[in-house]
Design a binder for this molecule. Structure first.
Ligand SMILES: *Cc1c(COP(=O)(O)O)cnc(C)c1O
Length: 379
């Protein structure tokens, strides 16, 4: 089955009792059993729910994974993955991560004894140097947030496999429509389904897809034991959102290319960061591993200050000032004071995150209107 067909049909079949084409919202906490432990595959809704199962099968299909586990948020999905590790284990992660990921690593799991090492993953030698004998997981995010650096998934997972290290790709920014990490050798792919998969800024959710049976067994154990599960209504909305994934993301990408080229040529812009631009440092890698370049665009101002960036953002009217990304509507945000506010200024600067950096999540509106909105904000 090709990708666009999968978004509609992967793991989906009409509901058995009624033939309903859309999966029903099974709003129940428990299931009748014929005799103790004799049931139709569901015993208690923390462990499983048919609406959630439909979503898990769909996401597994999109990522070409055997299975998927869904969670109540992207952070809950990350939390479940991290609980597979033990004190003394080393996790090597990119130094340019989603702010919430960095916080979860450093403030929740590091105090429990997990050893996190942050490196510039665009340089494989640095990753090799960082790996100790206790290295257990390579945590890859690409394109990264908010600097949109692209790392070579294949090169990294090759190295991980050679050392028996597991690898995970946070595929939230690309979506499975543009990037297929498991096909490039990753063991796990993680999503904040809040973003492109849900696509309408109306749910919070997370997912981990894998074909590694041992990993899936541990994730299912976490689902059952710690219970950070999504409700059936949220699963339904995510299922509904995914049906239009291809058309939404394609339109967003087409718009993002126009917005990026407008910004690149604007006299007040210092740097425009978009993997589709020839000037992007890892443009060739993006070309190799993504089917297109995504709909996130970041740029910094010639006049580099928090104030200038904040002024700019308060003037846009179509771009809504808000955290998050991946919805049908265009959003504008200021990483240094919003999503990455929890990262100390020194660490931010070291990673190249300027105070005037502005991040756009380009939506599916008309590109002319988006550009006009940015134009008037510059003026
Ligand atoms: C949003 C996001 C997360 C966290 O997901 P939530 O659903 O907000 O908990 C993790 N990784 C990336 C790249 C994200 O953009």
């Amino acid at each position: 089955m090709k990708f666009n067909t999968k978004t509609i049909h992967a793991g989906q079949k009409p509901e058995e009792t009624s033939g309903a084409v859309m999966p029903p919202i099974f709003q129940t906490s428990t299931y009748a059993q014929e005799a103790p432990n004799v049931h139709k595959g569901y015993d208690y809704a923390r462990v499983g729910n048919p609406t959630r199962t439909a979503l898990e099968k769909l996401i597994a299909g999109l990522e070409d994974a055997d299975e998927c586990a869904c969670f109540s948020s992207g952070c809950a999905a990350m939390d479940a993955v991290l609980k597979m590790f033990r004190p003394g284990d080393q996790i090597i992660a990119s130094n340019d991560l989603y702010g919430g990921t960095y916080r979860l690593f450093t403030e929740v799991f590091a105090p429990y004894g997990i050893d996190f090492t942050f490196v510039d993953m665009t340089d494989i030698e640095k990753v090799k140097e960082a790996a100790t004998d206790d290295a257990k997981l390579l945590w890859i995010e690409t394109p990264t947030n908010p600097l949109l650096r692209v790392v070579d998934i294949e090169e990294l997972t090759d190295f991980a496999q050679s050392k028996d290290i597991l690898s995970l790709v946070d595929n939230t920014f690309a979506s499975p429509y543009l990037q297929q990490p498991l096909a490039m050798g990753a063991d796990m792919v993680l999503h904040s389904t809040t973003k492109y998969l849900g696509g309408h800024s109306d749910i919070i959710g997370g997912a981990v897809a894998t074909s590694n049976e041992a990993v899936m067994e541990q994730l299912r154990f976490q689902v059952k034991t710690t219970g950070a599960v999504p409700g059936p209504m949220d699963c339904y909305l995510t299922l509904r959102g995914i049906k239009t994934l291809s058309v939404r993301v394609q339109q967003s990408v087409d718009n993002a290319k126009k917005v990026a080229s407008f910004l690149e040529n604007h006299p007040d812009v210092d740097e425009t960061i978009y993997p589709g631009l020839k000037s992007h440092q890892q443009h060739e890698i993006a070309k190799k591993q993504m089917s297109d370049f995504g709909a996130m665009v970041s740029f910094s101002l010639k006049d580099d200050s928090m104030e200038k960036a904040q002024e700019f953002m308060s003037r846009t009217t179509i771009f809504t000032l808000a955290e998050s990304l991946g919805g049908v509507e265009s959003l504008i945000s200021h990483p240094a004071s919003m999503t990455h506010g929890s990262i100390p200024k020194k660490v931010r600067e070291k990673a190249g995150l300027k105070d005037s950096l502005i991040r756009l999540s380009v939506g599916i509106e008309d590109a002319d209107d988006l550009i006009e909105d940015l134009e008037q904000a510059f003026e």
